[in-house]
Design a protein around this ligand. Structure first.
Ligand code: GLU
Length: 367
């Protein structure tokens, strides 16, 4: 008997429309049946559903443009329709659903993040299936996550999920593009995400959805750091959701990494916007990565951006790569005064004693 798990099922527009320009309700009911079967087995299901824009286009019965405002309008029309369909399909199985529309801003702000987390947890505790989408009707690029792959990774963190299923129109990640290369092979398991893999993932795949393999890889990268196993599989496959729970997977599985237990660190992994950057030297990088140490002023080489004490900042290496992020104990001007200094001289440089740690290890996550 499997342990009860929290499963996030992300359904892309291509899965919900079967590649057509209409929602495929016959397939949607099939996906609902599988989600309800998981619930019967004792698991909890969270759904991240695209398809608002596609549903809006179907409803409008008139062609319209593809500008941002057109899409916002279509999402406003389609989201109600989409949730109505999900609601009636889950009702066939006596299961209630609850809609949550999120934007980046709901995750970036710690207070709002905790609110969203509480709602999600409450829905699950009442056996309701949360159905989540980006709040496309009002989300401008400033506050948008932008694609539902990345959104589903954030949802998996919020829900403290065990598994994230990214269901799409491809069987998974291939060694090359299967649409143009007959020799392309499915990659069963990924233990390490590197630049080579990112190159393989390429760009966006469909015209109705926003995602592609590239955003799926980003999502997998975020979720697995938070201790979530990620599976990319073909949403049209028979019993795909149920099969993803077994070892015989029809897709690409990304093994999870050991996640921080601390809730604040998980929030940091959800990638709220940083206010600045602190560049650190190789000695500091190795102390952080190998000894789990805090960042001392001695290891800081420079600071960028406009940040105050307690703000979120990225730590970058000599190649400008972000290697960690966390909450700084000093403002930018203070960091500039103490960078490179030995711990015993800091109080004198600042004229007050605020300790020697620029970022405490309890306030940072390695990426
Ligand atoms: N939120 C969009 C929609 O519901 C889809 C975004 C995506 O496919 O990534 O239509």
């Amino acid at each position: 008997m499997q342990r009860e798990q929290i499963i996030v099922v992300k359904l892309g527009t291509s899965v919900l429309t079967g590649g057509t320009d209409k929602l495929d309700k016959a397939h949607m009911v099939e996906l609902v049946r599988q989600c309800c079967e998981l619930k019967k087995q004792g698991h909890q299901v969270v759904m991240v559903s695209s398809g608002a824009v596609a549903a809006g286009r179907e409803q409008l019965l008139k062609s319209c443009g593809t500008s941002l405002v057109d899409k916002q309008m279509l999402a406003a029309i389609g989201q109600g329709q989409l949730i109505h369909i999900w609601q009636s399909l889950f009702a066939l199985y006596g299961v209630n659903v609850g809609q949550m529309l999120l934007t980046r801003a709901d995750v970036d702000d710690r207070e709002r993040y905790l609110n969203a987390r509480d709602t999600l947890t409450a829905l699950l505790s009442y056996n309701v299936v949360p159905i989540i989408n980006e709040n496309d009707a009002v989300a401008t690029s400033e506050i948008k996550v932008g694609d539902n792959d990345n959104l589903s990774a954030l949802v998996a963190i919020l829900a403290n999920a065990d598994k994230l299923l990214l269901l799409t129109d491809q069987d998974g990640l291939f060694t090359s593009d299967p649409r143009t290369n007959a020799d392309a092979k499915l990659i069963d398991e990924v233990t390490h995400i590197n630049d080579e893999l990112r190159q393989l993932a390429g760009g966006s795949g469909t015209s109705l959805g926003t995602g592609g393999m590239a955003t799926k890889l980003q999502a997998a990268d975020i979720a697995r750091r938070a201790g979530v196993e990620v599976i990319i599989a073909k949403g049209a496959g028979s019993n795909v959701i149920l099969k993803c729970m077994s070892e015989q997977l029809p897709g690409t599985r990304f093994l999870k990494l050991t996640a921080p237990k601390d809730g604040r660190k998980k929030w940091l992994l959800a990638g709220p916007k940083s206010n600045g950057q602190i560049a650190i030297d190789t000695g500091a990088i190795s102390a952080l990565q190998n000894n789990g140490a805090s960042l001392l002023a001695k290891g800081v080489t420079s600071a960028f951006g406009d940040f105050e004490r307690g703000d979120l900042i990225d730590l970058i290496d000599t190649n400008n790569q972000v290697i960690a992020r966390g909450l700084t104990r000093f403002s930018r001007s203070e960091v500039n005064k103490i960078k490179g200094a030995h711990s015993k001289n800091i109080a004198q440089l600042l004229s007050y004693d605020a300790g020697a740690e620029v970022l405490h290890r309890d306030d940072l996550v390695l990426l």
